[in-house]
Design a protein around this ligand. Sequence first.
Ligand code: ZN
Ligand code: ZN
Length: 391
Amino acid sequence: MNELTRHFSTIFDNNFDELRSINEFIYNNPELGHQEFKACSILIDSLKKHGFEVTKNFCNIPTAFMGRYKSGNSGPTIAILAEYDALPGIGHGCGHNAFATTSIAAAIIIKDMMKDINGELLIIGTPAEETSGAKVEMANLGVFNNVDIAMAAHPTGEMHERSGHSQAMEALQFTFKGKTAHAAGNPYEGINALDGVILLFNSVNALRQQTYETARIHGIISNGGKAANIIPDLAVANFYVRANSLEYLKELVTKVKNCAKGAAIATGTQLVIENYETSFADLITNKELSNLYEKNLRSLGVTDIRDSKPSGSTDMGDVSHCCPTIHPYFPLCTSHLTGHSVEFANATIQPEAYKGIKEAAIAMALTAFDIYTDKNTLNKIKEEFNDNIKS
Ligand SMILES: [Zn+2]
Ligand SMILES: [Zn+2]
């Protein structure tokens, strides 16, 4: 361990009580997307205490924030992103309390070393990752266009995982409208909206044979009628459609919409198609940046680093289309954890969780140091980003 790493480790240890209380406070006060007022407030207080200039209500999103620290003359701008939304029923089953704690820890460590550095550090609080994904709106507003690199580390079980790939996703709602009638007495006078939904599911199931293996189309019937003796005049299905690229997602969404249109024609129903949540772009990991993070993680003595398994979609994808981005995973424990579970939530506040939190925070800080001080490395990262965006 070199002197810089030892120094970073000391800063983490000196701030440990505060970091643990942030982690436990957010765990004990789980808030759903766009309701994360308590989490937002404790994170802002901490950043202010550590000398960051903080913008509340960032991008006009009430539970978003941006902490900023600028040092010396102009230099690279690095953004660390923090998530802190919970899940209904299972609290922090995705571990976003530990996510936010790691981001704050990294920000405190980086800021401390910036005295002799030219550059800017942003720590951006991004609400509602589990639902409407505030990063999408921020990306659309150009927040990441002048950022040189963006990083965020997510908790998991077992071991560190490299930043990988996430799927582009669109959330589609299909509303079929028909006409009620007595289901036994005069069904021939009704128009069955539920049949529209059922045909949609059957058509999508037929479509699956002609999609790439990586495609995911999954849905529920959120309204299937009121009573078995009434022909339903309204039936609604919610779907997520996912693909490995935005281009293929577009193609797939058209096909799924056509399944619904066919179902509406076949049943004589009226069809309305809407997006019921924000769509996410695919995550493009910047390999150069990811390798740099991995080198720094290994310098801390971490040896077991694996590729991350594909795991749905994240709004970090949209960030990765604006600037070089990584989204690695760090372990909360040495055993396997199922995402979105109570066991996962419990693991975030156990003493052993802080080992992974500390490793990820220091690896991000060392990566920031490399970016601020080594122009060549940043140039290579940017070259890769430009090549990816062009292709
Ligand atoms: Zn999640
Ligand atoms: Zn998550």
